[in-house]
Design a protein around this ligand. Sequence first.
Ligand code: MG
Length: 194
Amino acid sequence: MDRNQGRIHSRQVYEATKAALERRGVTTEEVAKIVFEMQIAYNVGLTLEHCIVSVESVLKKREMQHAILVGIELDELAEKKMLSSPLQQIVESDEGLFGVDETIALGSVFTYGSIAVTTFGHLDKNKIGIIKKLDTKVGNGVHTFLDDLVASIAASASSRIAHRTRDLEEQNETFADIEPEETAPETNIEGTTT
Ligand code: MG
């Protein structure tokens, strides 16, 4: 018997995640700009390219992929008026007391440690860059889940940068000394293998 029968391959899940973000107008670069803004004050030599690599690494985590797929699916179903009442109205209107969007997004940052959690809280309050654009409902579309998901990707990628800096310091280096691809090696946080 094939034990893997019916199981979706990780690569398919990763590609579906990337496609979903793209479909919703969220580029890696836009998310990386938030990471750069969050981390430039603490990391000598940090560039947008380092941040792009960090965002890409976060998107390879299953925990993050699953949260993104669930959230975007609900936003899209709400846009098509396919949810049942009263959830349809709650998601569509981004009801203030509906916190499931934040809860799903917050749940996905835990593997990146306390810096990811506190950065997520900061971004949830002070929406910047594309998060603000999504939250202010400019144009059409439901982005009830997406704004929080973008905050969680940015927060996790910021935490990776912070931990990488410590590793570099211990080798008497800064981000100015490494190529963007070199931000990808593992950080010291348990469970962040990508
Ligand atoms: Mg929201």
